[in-house]
Design a protein around this ligand. Structure first.
Ligand code: C5P
Length: 231
């Protein structure tokens, strides 16, 4: 898969999502469906967005005991999506089970990514609240290495960490990076952030962009700026 911009469609309903996607008359952006939309609309929204011709990253960030995650992934494997994910913090055993569950009988499966540390988590909170010592970079690289050992295809991390992950896990190990903001933008709740151009320079394979596109006065123009800066 080549470098691409994924739009985080964090909308509350199918109507709001379709109204947003209908604005794109010339391109079919790669779309991320997260918890809000999936919990509101269920698998129907995934099928409809696929039917409209978009690639889909189903961002449900599974994290439970290995047996439960394996069975949940088996259900998700019936959806024709391009990417799904889970939390690396669920352990290597959970990631291995997830991979088993996600692999269809014919051997095909969506790309499976592990979330390392959310881009809204600061190093201070990781130390004080999660009781993980060391740097965020060390934690992200360690989780990425575990994900690779478990057989996953890549990680979700900050664009600032994409270079380190590639160094540790190899160039073909995917880095999918939220925490993208335009230089003049509002950071919202995101902490470990950078611009589309800088994310490209550091080595992200995919950037995930939500509010800088969805809340822009002209979302199509904002998307095109991301594509021209990143792709
Ligand atoms: O609006 P914004 O650009 O901050 O959206 C980023 C998206 O990426 C959100 O949908 C969020 O759930 C997701 N995400 C993230 N950090 C991660 C994994 C996913 O921000 N580590």
């Amino acid at each position: 898969m080549k470098r691409d911009v994924i739009i985080a469609c964090d909308f509350a309903s199918a109507e709001a999502t379709y109204a947003f996607l209908d604005r794109f008359t010339e391109e079919k952006p790669f779309v991320k469906i997260g918890m809000e939309l999936y919990y509101a609309e269920g698998p129907t929204i995934v099928r409809e967005i696929r039917r409209r011709g978009h690639s889909v990253f189903l961002d449900l960030k599974l994290h439970d005991i290995p047996n439960t995650v394996e069975k949940a992934m088996r259900v998700l494997s019936r959806l024709d999506v391009q990417m799904v994910n889970l939390h690396a913090a669920g352990t290597k055993a959970m990631m291995e089970s997830a991979l088993r569950g996600l692999t269809r009988e014919d051997g095909t499966r969506p790309i499976l990514l592990a979330v390392t540390q959310l881009t809204s988590t600061s190093e201070e909170r990781m130390h004080d609240e999660l009781l993980i010592s060391g740097s965020i970079a060390d934690c992200v690289c360690h989780y990425a290495a575990m994900a690779k050992e478990a057989g996953l295809d890549g990680v979700v991390c900050s664009p600032l960490e994409a270079g380190m992950v590639k160094e540790r896990c190899g160039q073909s190990f995917l880095t999918v990076t939220p925490g993208i903001r335009f230089a003049d933008g509002n950071n919202g709740d995101q902490v470990r952030i950078t611009t589309p151009a800088r994310a490209k320079a550091i080595g992200s394979d995919f950037i995930v962009v939500g509010r800088p596109i969805t809340a822009a006065a002209d979302p199509v123009a904002a998307y095109r700026t991301c594509v021209s800066d990143f792709c």
